[in-house]
Design a protein around this ligand. Structure first.
Ligand code: ATP
Ligand code: MG
Length: 296
C-alpha cells in the first residue's frame, strides 16, 4: 500500500480554494467594486500623463487588500495593452523582501531587468529602475510596506516617488503607520488613503459561498452553517477565519466518513481556533453559538 493514497473524498472537491493565499475562483474580488472603481479613477492619469495619484491602501488583516491590488494591477495591464499605451505594473511584498535593497532588487527584476541575485549595488539597481522609467510609466505596488517605513530615515518609497513617471500604491494592515508618517513624507508622497472596512456578514457569506461552491461537493455544507461561519468571520473582521473554519470542519466530517458537514464539525473547528478564544467569550450567549446548540 502506498503511504499517501487517500480514499476519494466525499466532502472536498478541490481544497485549493480554501487556502489562505488562494485567488478568488472567478478572478474578481467580490463586493469590493466601489473601492476598485475609486482606485481606478485615482490612477487613471497614468494613461495620459504617465503618473497617477499615489495610493495608501489600509485595512485590517484579511480585508482583501492584497487580492484587490493584484486585481487592479491586472486591469491596469489589460487596459494598457488594449489601448496600446506603454505601462509597466509591478507588485512586491516588502514583508517578504524585508530590506530596501531586496525590495528594489525585486522591483527591478519584475520590470524585466536581468539582475543577478547578488552583486549589484544599490546605485546600480536605482540606475536600472531609472532607465525603465525613462521609457515607460511604472506603477509599483509595495504590499506590507510597514516593513520599509519603520526601517529607515529615508525610505525607499521616497526615492521611488521622486522618479518621474512613477506611481506608488502602498499597502499596509498597520493603520497607525499611516498616521505616524511624518508630515514631510505625507507632503511629498501625497498619498490618497483608502481604508478597506472589514466585511459585513453578508459580504463574508458571498465570498465564502463562492469558495465553497468550488472547494466542496454540492450539499456538503448547508446554507445555514455557511451563514454561521460567515457571521463569525465578519465578527473576527478577517475573512481568512471563515476559510480556516470550513477547511477544518470539512476535514473532521471526512474523518467521520460523512457526506455532509455537521454543526458539531463546525463547532469543533471554532473551538480549535485560538483567534476565536476572546470572541467566543463575547459570543458565548449570542446567536451563532446558540444556533449551533439548538441544532444538536
Ligand atoms: N473580496 C474578496 N473576494 C474574494 N476573495 C477574497 C476577497 N477578499 C479576500 N479574499 C480572499 O481572502 C484571503 C485574504 O485576503 P487578502 O490576502 O487580500 O487579505 P489582506 O487584507 O491582504 O490581509 P493581510 O493584511 O493579512 O495581508 C485571500 O485568499 C483572498 O483571495
Ligand atoms: Mg495582504
Amino acid at each position: 500500500m502506498t503511504l499517501f493514497k487517500t480514499p476519494e473524498s466525499r466532502i472536498v472537491q478541490d481544497p485549493r480554494w480554501l487556502q489562505p493565499l488562494s485567488s478568488p475562483p472567478g478572478g474578481r474580488p467580490q463586493g469590493r467594486e466601489p473601492y476598485l472603481k475609486h482606485m481606478a479613477t485615482l490612477l487613471s492619469d497614468v494613461f495620459t500623463t504617465g503618473k497617477g495619484r499615489n495610493l495608501f491602501i489600509l485595512g485590517k488583516p484579511g480585508t482583501g487588500k492584497t487580492v484587490c491590488v493584484r486585481f487592479l494591477l491586472q486591469e491596469l495591464q489589460r487596459h494598457a495593452e488594449q489601448e496600446e499605451i506603454p505601462l509597466a505594473a509591478v507588485y512586491v511584498n516588502a514583508g517578504k523582501t524585508r530590506t530596501p535593497y531586496y525590495t528594489l532588487l525585486k522591483i527591478v527584476q519584475n520590470l524585466g531587468v536581468d539582475v543577478p541575485p547578488s552583486g549589484w549595488q544599490m546605485f546600480r539597481l536605482k540606475h536600472a529602475f531609472e532607465a525603465v522609467t525613462q521609457e515607460t510609466p511604472v506603477v509599483v505596488v509595495i504590499d506590507e510596506v510597514e516593513t520599509l517605513l519603520r526601517k529607515e530615515k529615508e525610505p525607499l518609497v521616497y526615492y521611488l516617488n521622486r522618479q518621474p513617471h512613477t506611481t506608488l500604491i502602498l499597502v499596509s494592515n498597520k493603520i497607525e503607520d499611516a498616521a505616524d508618517l511624518p508630515d514631510s513624507a505625507l507632503s511629498t508622497l501625497q498619498p490618497q488613503p483608502i481604508g478597506l472596512t472589514p466585511y459585513t456578514p453578508d459580504e463574508a457569506k458571498a465570498i465564502l459561498r463562492e469558495r465553497v461552491r468550488n472547494a466542496l461537493h454540492p450539499q456538503a455544507l448547508s446554507d445555514h452553517l455557511l451563514e454561521i461561519v460567515a457571521e463569525f468571520a465578519a465578527k473576527a473582521e478577517d475573512i481568512r477565519l471563515g476559510f480556516s473554519i470550513i477547511r477544518q470542519a470539512a476535514h473532521t466530517a471526512e474523518q467521520h466518513g460523512r457526506r455532509t458537514i455537521h454543526p458539531d464539525d463546525v463547532k469543533t473547528a471554532f473551538k480549535s481556533e485560538t483567534r476565536l478564544i476572546q470572541l467566543r467569550d463575547i459570543l458565548e450567549n449570542q446567536s451563532a453559538i446558540e444556533q449551533l446548540r439548538r441544532r444538536r
